[in-house]
Design a protein around this ligand. Structure first.
Ligand code: SF4
Length: 471
């Protein structure tokens, strides 16, 4: 059995620095019993891949049954501005005989062949439940391949059974710290070099932020890991500041880099106008140049005024519309923020899976005192809320399309596979455009009409057979 999972269970987060209160919180959350009908999210292997796959010029090899790859294939729309190698998922496709005789040889041969054909800048090898259980020595194989080919080959010990989604993210961070960060030097460094950590460039989110930093003369040395090249992650240790964006799952990287390389870190969000403005302000303040601080204020004022101008025509068409938000995985407070800006009314919002911080933000943002906050919900409840409060649009993650059809109102699907980036100032404009396009899409009027064979002709008696309620 590979000894590495033991290390994973030690919790790679900087638990030593945690307060007693934080520890108690963790204990409490881990003792919560699952409720019938709820899922606990994806496995640790899935989230480790989600963290590392955005390194676009590397090859990502799954040492396990092909089902593990199929499970996560195309789940995340992490975008690349260059290499598309990361889109090819390689697997050793472990079968019964490999489980009996071991899959190490197959992995070794497979990686060599992959290296010969695709010439990746690096290879990440992921263990899965089966290969961790049969004890294939992934660590040793990666070492051998690195020596033989000169291509850095990095083991990622992330079998699904080690724990939660968050643990998978942290394991991926540990792999970067141990095998990648600090292994190369940049050609030049500047006093304004920063790393962006924890944003995976879903739908191109990071591209809404990079131009702002560029305007300020701040250089992003490494993106960990959205739209990253392997080389840039190698020299991340030369940055002057680490900026943790959106996800706290990779905070272990920032904490360890502070300890090892003396790089300070800040935790920021790029989702929401106040958030992106504060993020830019804090970066400028940390880099400590008074001129940069002033230029940042000017840029924030300029961006806000451009956004306001662009939102005006949409406001006229969306003002007063009443929305129901049921988004568990994405930041519902961001939609509420956009709705407030546009003068829309939030009737109800589901807060399941939101963090305590996000919940507090949601409550702060809600304009109406009678807005309903749901900790969990079901289609019947949503229908009831829409009907009692004359809801105009339902925003959800794809599951409630039928509910919206029954209620005969427009439906906006926002989920992790989304195609529009919501980060930065442009992000609010994107949400607005989507709300507008959804609300005024003629399809809603058509689907809410009766089918031609259900339309009653004069003197004819009909029994509707295909009403939406019966579908
Ligand atoms: S839980 Fe294990 S077997 Fe299932 S997808 Fe994750 S790694 Fe593969």
């Amino acid at each position: 059995m590979n000894p590495q999972p033991r290390k994973i269970n030690d919790s790679p987060s900087e638990s030593n620095g945690e307060s007693q209160q934080q520890k108690q919180k963790k204990t409490k959350s881990s003792t919560q019993l699952p409720q019938p009908g709820t899922a606990q999210g994806s496995c640790a292997f899935d989230s480790a891949m989600m963290t590392l796959v955005p390194i676009t010029d590397a090859a990502h090899v799954v040492h396990g049954p092909s089902g593990c790859v199929a499970n996560i294939w195309g789940n995340y729309t992490s975008l690349s501005s260059g290499s598309m190698l990361y889109k090819i998922r390689f697997s050793t496709d472990i079968d019964e005989s490999d489980i009996i005789f071991g899959g190490a040889k197959k992995l070794y041969k497979g990686i060599l062949e992959l290296q010969r054909r695709y010439k990746p800048t690096a290879i990440f090898v992921y263990s899965t439940c089966i290969t961790a259980l049969i004890g294939d020595d992934i660590e040793g194989i990666c070492k051998d391949v690195t020596e033989k080919t000169g291509t850095p080959t990095i083991p990622v010990h992330c079998p699904g059974f080690i724990g939660s989604q968050n643990l998978g993210n942290r394991v991926a961070g540990e792999a970067l710290l141990e095998h990648v960060i600090g292994t190369a030097e940049p050609d030049i460094t500047t006093p304004y070099d920063i790393n962006l950590i924890g944003e995976y460039n879903i739908a191109g989110a990071i591209w809404n932020v990079l131009p702002l930093l560029e305007k300020l003369g701040i250089r992003v040395l490494a993106k960990i890991t959205g739209d990253a090249l392997y080389k840039e992650v190698c020299y991340a240790h030369r940055a002057k500041l680490n900026v943790i964006l959106s996800s706290k799952a990779l905070i272990n990287i920032a904490k360890k880099m502070e300890k090892i390389y003396g790089i300070p870190y800040i935790e920021e969000s790029i989702y929401g106008i106040e958030q992106i403005s504060q993020c830019l302000r804090n970066i400028a303040a940390k880099l400590g140049n008074p001129d940069l601080v002033q230029r940042t204020e000017n840029l924030i004022a300029e961006e806000n005024s451009i956004l306001e101008e662009k939102l005006t025509p949409y406001r006229a068409r969306l003002q007063g519309k009443r929305i129901v938000i049921s988004i568990k995985n994405f930041k519902s407070w961001l939609i509420i923020f956009a709705a407030n800006k546009l003068g829309m009314e939030v009737i109800a919002v589901c807060t399941q899976k939101n963090t305590e911080d996000e919940l507090a933000r949601i409550k702060n943002l809600l304009d109406r005192e009678d807005s309903i906050i749901l900790e969990s919900e079901n289609p019947e409840e949503i229908l009831q809320i829409i009907s009692n409060n004359q809801g105009d649009i339902l925003i959800n993650e794809g599951r409630y399309l039928d509910t919206a059809l029954i209620a005969k109102i427009p439906f906006l699907d926002i989920n992790i596979e989304r195609n529009h980036p919501y980060a930065g100032y442009i992000g609010i404009l994107e949400i607005t455009r989507e709300l507008y396009a959804t609300f005024y899409n003629p399809v809603w009027e058509q689907v809410s009409q009766l089918a031609s064979w259900d339309v009653q002709k004069p003197g004819e008696e009909i029994t509707p057979s295909t009403s939406l309620e019966e579908i």
